[in-house]
Design a protein around this ligand. Structure first.
Ligand code: GLY
Length: 349
């Protein structure tokens, strides 16, 4: 299935199919006909996967970067851009990110800044990448001060979501992606009862359709796109604290799942939703095999502090919350109320 992302002269399609990677050469020939060289950016672990038979139809080089968040820093960006320069990649050429959200974020940012911008294609190989990270043109690297603090909007010329790449995905990574799938299901105001038995490929398609529709109306997150951060205020804070402890405790989507369970409880406290909505959120998370419970060692004060520094917070505690009029960004929530709901939430363990 092809889902259009309608952005005027930056429009492109997200291809969702078994074997979507094999559409790369045709996509490049159509969208960047003057390209002569393609650089594929990937990790050593992905390069040896059975599905890594990617053909651009051009003179092709593969550049390896580290796996995961450790790829998203200035040092790796510099190494990557230096390789592009040494390979004499021109402004007419193309770069292709093959990997999870970290690799497509880094590749997208390199494409945005190398020679002031060259064409990029994303081939996301994780569930998080396919349903979220590779779609919508957000690119970034991290600073010690926080995730994704340096980046730009740079739309790809196409995104190829190949379901074949998910067959080799480790379980933890799959679960992480399901956190984003749960977010989309809940943003669509769907019930847990309709989730059971829905094939994974359909869940990916639903999530991509939702994101494409939102990004088409708000490319640079002036309004509706912020709703895609549902569950992320607490989720990002948990991730930040977990990363500071340097343990692989919670992946992005696992932290988002906890953030979703918390957000609906906060919405209930603010009398925006009924208790039935809490039950629906919990059922959606458990149907997808997600825990949605806050581990007790994340201190409330540390979480409040981290949430205040979220780049979406604008120096205030802001959450995307459901309500009778649908979802909206609610800011100015008092830290005392957030603390109380957090304490009660933790007690539900
Ligand atoms: N991950 C949220 C967005 O792309 O806007």
């Amino acid at each position: 299935m092809n889902i259009p992302l309608d952005l005027g002269d930056r429009s492109y399609e997200v291809v969702l199919a078994e074997g979507a990677r094999h559409e790369l050469a045709a996509l490049i020939a159509k969208s960047v006909p003057k390209a002569k060289v393609a650089v594929i950016v990937t990790s050593p672990a992905l390069r040896i996967q059975p599905w890594f038979d990617i053909e651009s139809g051009l003179v092709q080089h593969v550049v390896e970067v580290p796996d995961g968040e450790s790829a998203k820093n200035f040092a790796t960006l510099e190494l990557l851009c230096t390789r592009l320069a040494n390979l004499e990649l021109s402004r007419h050429d193309v770069i292709i990110g093959v990997g999870g959200g970290a690799i497509t974020d880094l590749t997208g940012f390199a494409a945005a800044v190398y020679l002031r911008g060259i064409a990029v294609v994303h081939i996301p190989t994780t569930l998080v990448g396919q349903v979220d990270a590779a779609i919508g043109g957000k690119t970034a690297i991290n600073l010690a001060a926080g995730k994704n603090l340096v980046g730009s909007f740079h739309q790809p010329i196409g995104v190829l979501c190949d379901f074949a790449t998910l067959t080799t995905l480790p379980e933890r990574e799959r679960r992480s992606g399901l956190g984003e799938v749960a977010k989309c299901w809940l943003l669509e105001e769907r019930r847990a009862s309709d989730l059971d038995g829905t094939p994974m490929n359909d869940l990916v398609t639903l999530s991509v359709s939702l994101k494409a529709a939102i990004v088409a109306t708000d490319e640079r997150e002036g309004g509706a796109r912020a709703l895609l951060n549902y569950g992320h205020t607490l989720g990002h804070a948990i991730e930040k604290l977990a990363l500071a402890r340097d343990v692989d405790e919670l992946r992005h989507g696992e932290a988002v799942a906890i953030g979703l369970a918390f957000a609906v409880r906060l919405a209930y406290e603010l009398e925006r939703v009924s208790s039935e909505e809490i039950a629906n959120h919990d059922d959606v998370l458990s149907t997808l095999g997600l825990s949605g419970r806050l581990p007790s060692h994340f201190a409330t004060s540390a979480l409040i502090e981290a949430m205040g520094h979220d780049k979406k917070a604008h120096h205030d505690l802001a959450f995307v919350l459901p309500g009778s009029e649908g979802f909206e960004v609610v800011s100015g929530i008092s830290p005392e109320v957030v603390s109380q709901v957090l304490e009660r939430f933790r007690g539900e363990l």
